[in-house]
Every structure is written in C-alpha cells, then in structure tokens.
Ligand binder design. Structure first.
Ligand SMILES: [Ca+2]
Length: 556
C-alpha cells in the first residue's frame, strides 16, 4: 500500500513541471536551512549546521522508520556524497558519474559518466570519491578527481562547460561539493601531501570564467610571505579540500585550510600562513578579510579543512555570531565570525601535542612532547594524523546547544626525517608508521560536545572501528549517523541512547540528510565503505563488503 502511494505521489510530481521563473536562485540558497522540502547546499544550509526543523520522525516515532527504497551506485569505491534535493529530483555523485533520481521511488532519471585518466587513481588521496554537486539556476556544478570543474544542465546532466583548475599529475585532486554564494561558484583543491600549493577558486557560473584565485600559502613579497623561509611556500601545502560556509549578512565565506608541506615543519620554520587556518573572504572578489591560524608551523597534518558550523550562541549572556570548529588538532574552537577573534578553545579529545591554546594570543602552547619531537625525538602524539575528528562534518541542535560529531581516540608515533621532493609522490619528512589504536579503550565515539568547554555531555562508543560518517540533527530530538560496519542509526540527542538502526549492506562514511514531501519526512544516506580509513590497512574492514548505494527511509 505504501509503495502504491509513493508511486502515485511520484507521478503527480513528474506532472508538476515548474516554470523556469521558479527555478532555484540565490535567495533560495540563503533560505535552504529553513525550507525542508529541498536540500540545496552542502551542509543543509550555508551555516553547515546539518540541522532540520522536521520532527515527524522523532524520539517517539523513529522505531517505525523503514526503508522506502535503495538505489545502487554501481561503484565499489568510497561514498561520501551528500544528496541534493530540488523540485522533485535528487542528485548524487560518485567519482565517475553524476545521477538524478526520483526521491520518492529511487528510480534513475538520468546518469552521466565522468571520464578519468587511469593514472589519476594512484595519487588521489584519500579515497576514490566525490562529495556531491552544487545547484544554481538550473545548473549543477561538480569537480573531478583529475582537478576539473564541470557545469551541467540539471534537467539532463548534459555538460555545459568544463575548466581545468590544476594539473592532477602534480598531486592535486578535487573531491568536494562546490559552494555557490553571491553568484560565484567556489572550489577548493586537495594535494597537501604532494608538495603542492593550495588555493581556492571563484568561477563564473554561466561561462566558467575564472574570476579570482586565493593562494593559501603566502609567497615571498606577499602579506604573510615572511612566515616562510626562502621559497618554501611554493610547495607549502595548505590544501582546501572541503567545502566552505557562508554568512550572507556579513557577506563572508569561511574556508578551512590543511597541513603544511612537507609535514616536517623544521624544514619551513615560521608560522607558514595560511596553513591549518580558516580564511574569511568576499565571494565576489576573493578579497581576504580576516584569517585565524589554528596550528602555526603544524607538524602533525592537523588540517582545518572541515571548516565547522556558523552558529548563534549566548556567551556571558550576550548573543554572539560564532564559527564553531572541532579541529583535527584536538581543540574545539569558537571564533567571532565577524573578525576571527578567539572566544574559546578547549580539548574535546585526548591531546598531548599542546598544553593549551592561549586565549589572548590565540596561539597553542606547545607541550614537552612537541619540543622533544622538534629536537629529533620519537614520541607518541595525541591526537593522531587522523585528528580528533577527520573530514566528517558535525551537526548542531539549537535546542540542546550541542555539537554532534564522530570523534577519534587514536594516537600515532612521530619522528622527523629528511624530506625529498619528487613530483607526484608524498612529501612528508616524517617516519610515517601509521596510527596506534588503544587496546583497552574504544577507538572513537559519537560525541555531544559543548562548544564552549569542549566537554561531551554524552558519548556513544563505537564497538569496533570508529565512524568517519557525518551526523544530522533534527527538531525531532534525533541525531542520525552511520557505522563503519553499515548500521544506519538514530540516537536521542539528549542522552545518546540508540533508538533505531538498520543494516545498509556496506560501511557508512556518508552524510545523512532529511527532507519532506507533501507532509511526509524522509531520511537519506549514501553508503559505501572506504575513505581515508582504508589507507590504514585495518583488518576489521574485511568484514564489511564494499558497494555504493543510496538509501531512503520514512515512517511506515
Ligand atoms: Ca532547504
């Protein structure tokens, strides 16, 4: 009976051909977080809160959540694509295709393949994947592993333009959803382990013309150029491989940057602007307005690429517009997002590389462990190269005032070595021996974090591999996330109690979203094991099959 109703609803939707005048536009992008009938942005809103006001699926009803459909991505690689839903069509990506699906039935509307050179796969770090499209005025935008940006017609998937952002043979790659703000398509770049130089590009949505480029390492003679010795900035890293956030009122885009190159920071003495930072800039021009550097002269691959969330909270009784970030370096930061001033920075996982973040200067106070490493020592460092949290976004629930994130409880052995640059190869200068997982403790948690203290109100321990999936928060009092072993689940946002789960058939490293159609709420997740975790050679992964799919659930 349910199936018949969905099919009928799908047919009605197909008949409802919306006129071009109602095509989604800049105002719709700004309103995305408060229009639960569609999902138009990565992050479910420019603020990246991944929060939905929908509450049909709630702590009382979630036990009745059941699959509506599953769609095969026909692709055994890693799946971190966030679906976009617009005017009765869902758009998802893999590394080698873009697909439009009927969101009520799971039936494919169109599929367009992406052709890639074979030698791209040996370099694309970390995981063969794509994180989704951006949508704007009837067009879709995505990036490719061989570092191109593509515009497509949303109705057919037909390619409208294609532009090269970088040479993939240098070690560059592109994996993340573009950000479209103030009429500009923005993309970042990966490749921080290959002696590349990071940047952010602004593109004209209509023509594909490159409007501006922000290089994220400061060259000699540029502002900040004196934070690099010699010409080290030219291979200095600072990749920008995830999607930024946008505050339309301030007209500021926030974009996170990654590690310095090589990892051996003694070879690039100085702060190395703008590695491991957030940069705030004007989308129209690329003009940088402020920056904040989390980890000056970073040794540990503590990327700040997952930029975090724009939230409005009360501090000392006063409402503040802040940027909240669970940094890979283990500290949870709260910055004033108008000017980048540090308001709080407290550890949310075990940290031993720094004693604290000095609130007055905004700088970390490096620990004895880091001092020994700089002097040539071999030490165990917390958190590991994977960070306190890796790429996976967190979500926000304004009712609880908590940030929900999959966090890691892992260290790594660390010792500096010599570094030699070879094009297309890792450029580290570190004796890289992987990570060390504690024998007597969980390796990760779903954590409900108070942004001002870094402390978790509750934690749900992952029994085996930790989760590298994103989270979704809803007004129904739920947090949705997925396990590395394939269970998609809902937990109570107040206490972490697991209320529902469903085995999806492969590991989950994707991004849950929720949306509604004609009064019915749906939850969608992209499934498919892999990602950066696969690089560790964790034998436990063998128990979970590969395979990409999209699952959608609703109340029975
Ligand atoms: Ca919306």
């Amino acid at each position: 009976m349910q199936l018949t109703r969905w099919l009928a609803a799908g047919a009605a939707l197909a008949a409802l051909a919306l006129p071009q005048a109602q095509a989604q536009n800049a105002e719709a992008l700004k309103a995305d977080a408060t229009t639960p009938g569609d999902i138009l942005t990565y992050g479910m809103g420019y603020s990246n809160q991944r929060y939905s006001p929908l509450k049909q699926i709630n702590t009382q009803t979630v036990a009745k959540l059941a699959p509506a459909w599953s769609y095969s991505l026909n692709n055994p690689q890693s799946h971190e694509s966030q679906p976009i839903v617009h005017e009765g069509v869902m758009y998802v990506t893999t590394h080698n295709a873009t697909m439009a699906i009927n969101p009520l039935t799971g039936k494919q509307i169109w599929k367009q393949d992406i052709e890639l050179p074979q030698d791209v796969f040996k370099m694309a770090c970390c995981g063969i994947l794509n994180r989704g499209v951006a949508i704007y005025e009837g067009k879709l935008y995505r990036v490719t592993l061989d570092s191109h940006v593509i515009a497509m017609d949303a109705k057919t998937g037909k390619q409208l333009w294609k532009r090269k952002a970088a040479n993939y043979q240098d070690g560059h790659a592109m994996t993340s959803a573009p950000l479209i703000a103030n009429g500009v398509v923005m993309t970042g770049i990966a490749g921080g382990e290959y002696g590349t130089r990071g940047f952010i590009d602004g593109w004209d949505p209509l023509t594909g013309k490159n409007l501006w480029r922000i290089y994220t390492t400061a060259a000699p003679g540029e502002k900040g150029g004196d934070t690099w010795p010699g010409d080290t900035a030219s291979k200095g890293g600072a990749p920008t491989w995830l999607t930024g956030a946008y505050d339309p009122e301030l007209d500021l885009v926030y974009w996170g940057t990654g590690n310095g190159g090589p990892w051996n920071a003694e070879l690039r003495k100085g702060d190395n602007l703008y590695i491991c930072s957030v940069v705030a800039f004007r989308p129209k021009t690329g003009e940088m307005v402020w920056h904040y550097q989390f980890s000056p002269n970073d040794l540990y691959d503590y990327d700040a690429t997952e930029v975090g969330m724009l939230v409005d909270i009360k501090i000392d009784g006063k409402p503040r517009k802040v940027l909240a970030q669970a940094n890979r370096n283990g500290f949870f930061y709260v910055l004033d997002r108008a000017n980048g001033k540090l308001l709080a920075a407290n550890p949310y996982v075990k940290v031993n590389w720094a004693d604290k973040i000095d609130l007055a200067s905004g700088r970390p106070v490096e620990s004895a462990v880091t001092q020994k490493i700089r002097a040539g020592g071999d030490e165990m460092v917390w958190p590991s190269v994977l960070g306190g949290k890796n790429w996976q976004p967190m979500s926000w629930n304004p009712a609880t005032g908590l940030a929900y994130a999959n966090t890691l409880n892992i260290s790594w052995p660390y010792k500096l070595t010599k570094a030699e640059y070879k094009k297309g190869e890792w450029y580290l200068g570190v004796d890289f021996r992987g990570v060390d997982m504690p024998k007597d403790q969980p390796h990760g948690y779903l954590s409900a974090i108070d942004p001002m203290t870094g402390k978790s109100k509750w934690q749900l321990a992952w029994p085996g591999q930790p989760s590298m999936a994103g989270t979704l928060s809803t007004a129904g009092g739920l947090v949705f996330t997925g396990a590395a072993t394939g269970e998609f689940m809902a937990v109570d946002a107040n206490n972490g109690k697991k209320l529902w789960e469903f085995q999806t058939g492969s590991g989950i490293i994707g991004l849950p979203v929720t949306w509604e159609h004609q009064g019915k709420q749906y939850v969608t997740i992209t499934v498919g094991a892999g990602g950066v975790w696969a690089l560790l050679g964790d034998e436990r992964m063998a128990a979970t099959p590969a395979g990409g799919s999209v699952w959608t659930f609703a109340i029975k």
